[in-house]
Design a protein around this ligand. Sequence first.
Ligand code: GRF
Length: 213
Amino acid sequence: MSSPRRIAVLISGNGSNLQALIDASNTSALPNVQIVKVISDRKDAFGLQRAAKAGIPTQVHNIVPYKHLPDTPSDPLISERRKAYDVDLSKHILSAEPDIVVCAGFMRIVTPSLLRPLQEGKVAIINVHPSLHGDLIGAHCIERAWEEFQAGKRKSTGIMIHHVIAEVDLGEPIVQEEVSMEGCQNLESLQERMHVVEHRLIVEGTLKVLDSR
Ligand code: GRF
């Protein structure tokens, strides 16, 4: 058997998508893999505990040590602070020699300072986004879809696993699936329905990218 495909995961919070990857690892859903590192931008992310429990090395990479750098964009949109943060994030990731980086609820917008070194190192980077491609972009998509559903403006939303590019939530989709909102009684029931789908798709998307390499 060839050596396991190496996965690094970026998180910010609960880590239920990370858990889906941990649970699927080395089953028929995600064969021959090793989650080699979990990095969180928040030290209190529950996902760090999930990783530790699974014996996966963790690292916190917080923005606070970069706060002395200006946050005013120096070139079109990106500040020195965000660039410096991402340069170091790329180093932390590459030190684990992953084949793929999965952004699993990582709540930071990444910049070319992260994407370029990964591309040069031939490391794929993918993200889970709770909307179909080109529909809702940015944060709080489930809440926004719920408001539109309540206002009678939509009947479904979706989940997408996509390649990460500098344009937020607009990279090429790897897998996506529509999620009907019919019968959802409240935001919590929609969130639950969305999580079931994203936990399946994040595994499918990761496998698809690893198998295509
Ligand atoms: C997920 O709903 C994901 O789609 C969004 O952030 C949430 C993260 O959840 N980008 P978790 O931390 O994986 O539980």
